[in-house]
Design a protein around this ligand. Structure first.
Ligand code: C2E
Ligand code: MG
Ligand code: MG
Length: 518
């Protein structure tokens, strides 16, 4: 019972520990993956900004270069020079020469006759004019960024500002945002407002909308911000997959560990000395009491029961008292064992005895127990607690207990004075000498089952019966298995009987149920 509980406890603790550890490590792995994930968003936006700065620098450098040209505006030489500047700078699509807001000539078309530009959308921190326009003379709709100095404007394809490939295993999108007007200057994918407009004006660097994670990097010096975003689905899928892999693995490992620990425990238990095992069993109150009915042979009434010790084993069987009682006697453990049995009898049947004042329980006592002064007190306390009659508790002593009569006689007399009946157990099997019967104080003699077997051939049994009658002792015949034995014993004046004919020893519930059925 205790071992089984230990098995369940150890297994449960191990499984819970392993699952916690697995969950913790998967959680840490998930945290790392998340950090990696956002790290990638962050580094991608840094790379995009590097690219944006590079393009902007090129545009500014071109404008400085153009302002330094010193030839008549829109002359052949001037147009050629503008073309050279545009041609040798990969991000510049076109250069326009301006008078105020009016384009006059261009590196692409030569003399220009298009409409004037509107007022610039903004001034860059370095003082350049900035436009964002879809208008061109080419008859196509294409968003362009225009950056202008005093006399020149360079046209840049906004795509080139963010033209960076993500390194990661999953796709990342990016948008370049003009902070002041929430203008999407360039975007690698259509960008709905999922809260970024609001977030960009706070200090927030990261937020999630549904299963999309957004990261914002702000560049106040440029009045722009990069917004990078990606789906968290791969991350979530990875997290679930990890749990699915590792949890069963953790469970299996912990079961294996539990099994191993239990094997070791079992080996250690086996290595324990028998005395140690018995001591632990007594301390853990593992040893229980079963009750075998004792019948009145005359009319088949119940007279009481004998308390018999039982040691339950982990495999569900009971160890026979013949083995562990003599072990207890030899190793000095009989005193605590008898006390345990006495306490168990009252715990089991105290109330039952109270309800049946005419019935008794007999308890087996070893010779050593006669030297235990605590035992009478223990009996007295329990009898008082349950309001019983001392006559309801009989003590069974084997012949051995009577041998040292100097020691035993006063103790036995004391128990009898308390009101307990004294039974001589296993009569005729212990000692060949009958001298102890002389002057002995007892109430009842238990005829050992070896004298009850094969009664028709056994010519000693009638003499035992005669002896008992002579000594005015009542009799219990043990080990009655057949109605013939019962009939013979009844005819010969044996008052009580005990044996498998009536019942084997039963546990407390079964015994009470058995008596209720009778
Ligand atoms: P016992 O006091 O003579 O108990 C009677 C034994 O005969 C019991 O064996 C009982 O199960 C068995 N028995 C009863 N009816 C029959 C039957 O019809 N046929 C056969 N073949 N056997 C029957 P158990 O329980 O194995 O006990 C063995 C001995 O262990 C007991 O003999 C008793 O001397 C000792 N013992 C048992 N419990 C205690 C205890 O709590 N304290 C002490 N000191 N000794 C105990
Ligand atoms: Mg007995
Ligand atoms: Mg006996």
């Amino acid at each position: 019972m205790r071992t089984r509980r230990l098995i369940v406890l150890i297994s449960a603790v191990l499984i819970i520990t392993a699952l916690l550890l697995v969950s913790l490590s998967v959680w840490v792995a998930h945290q790392n993956a998340t950090r990696l994930f956002t790290g990638e968003l962050e580094s991608f936006s840094a790379r995009v900004m590097l690219r944006t700065t590079m393009v902007a620098n090129q545009a500014e450098e071109a404008l400085q270069r153009l302002e330094a040209i010193n030839v008549p505006p829109c002359s052949r030489e001037h147009l050629l020079e503008m073309r050279r500047v545009s041609y040798s700078r990969r991000y510049i699509q076109e250069i326009l020469y301006f008078r105020g807001l009016q384009p006059v000539c261009s590196s692409l078309e030569g003399i220009k006759k298009s409409a004037a530009f509107p007022q610039p959308l903004a001034m860059t921190p370095k003082g350049y004019r900035f436009w964002y326009t879809a208008k061109s003379d080419l008859g196509i709709e294409h968003d362009m960024v225009a950056l202008g100095s005093a006399h020149y404007v360079v046209m840049i394809d906004p795509e080139s500002l963010i033209d960076v490939l993500p390194y990661g295993a999953w796709p990342i999108n990016v948008a370049l945002i003009g902070i002041k007007r929430n203008l999407v200057i360039a975007s690698s994918a259509p960008l709905a407002d999922n809260g970024w407009v609001q977030a960009i004006h706070t200090h927030q660097t990261q937020f999630q909308h549904h299963d999309i994670m957004y990261h914002i990097t702000r560049y106040p010096a440029l009045n722009v911000a990069t917004l990078t975003w990606t789906s968290t689905t791969p991350l979530d899928r990875d997290w679930q997959r990890q749990l699915l892999y590792w949890l069963p693995f953790g469970g299996a490992v912990s079961l294996l560990a539990a099994w191993l620990i239990l094997r070791i425990l079992r080996i250690l238990r086996r290595l324990q000395s028998p005395r140690q095992r018995l001591l632990e069993a007594i301390r853990a109150r593992e040893i229980v009491v079963h009750y075998q009915p004792i019948m009145v042979l005359e009319d088949g009434r119940l007279a009481g029961a004998e308390a018999l010790a039982r040691w339950p084993q982990p495999d569900g069987t009971f160890l026979a008292p013949d083995i562990f009682i003599s072990l207890a006697e030899q190793t000095g453990l009989i005193t605590p064992l008898t006390e345990l049995i006495v306490e168990s009898v009252f715990a089991d049947l105290g109330q039952w005895l109270q309800q049946h004042p005419d019935l008794h329980i007999s308890i087996n006592i070893s010779a050593t127990d006669l030297g235990n002064p605590a035992l009478p007190t223990l009996l007295e306390q329990h009898i008082a607690y349950w309001h019983l009659d001392a006559g309801q508790i009989a003590l069974e002593l084997t012949e051995r207990s009577f041998v040292d009569s100097k020691m035993s006689a006063p103790v036995i007399a004391g128990y009898r004075k308390m009101g307990h009946a004294i039974y001589i157990d296993d009569f005729g099997t212990g000692f060949s000498s009958l001298s102890y019967l002389h002057g002995m104080e007892a109430d009842l003699l238990k005829i050992d089952k070896s004298f009850v077997e094969a009664l028709e051939y056994n010519n000693v049994t009638p003499h035992i019966i005669t002896l008992a009658k002579t000594l005015h002792l009542k009799m219990v015949a043990e080990g009655i298995e057949t109605p013939q034995q019962e009939a013979w014993l009844r005819e010969h004046g044996v008052e009580f009987g005990q044996g498998w004919l009536y019942s084997k020893a039963l546990d407390k519930q079964a015994f009470i149920a058995w008596t209720e059925r009778r």
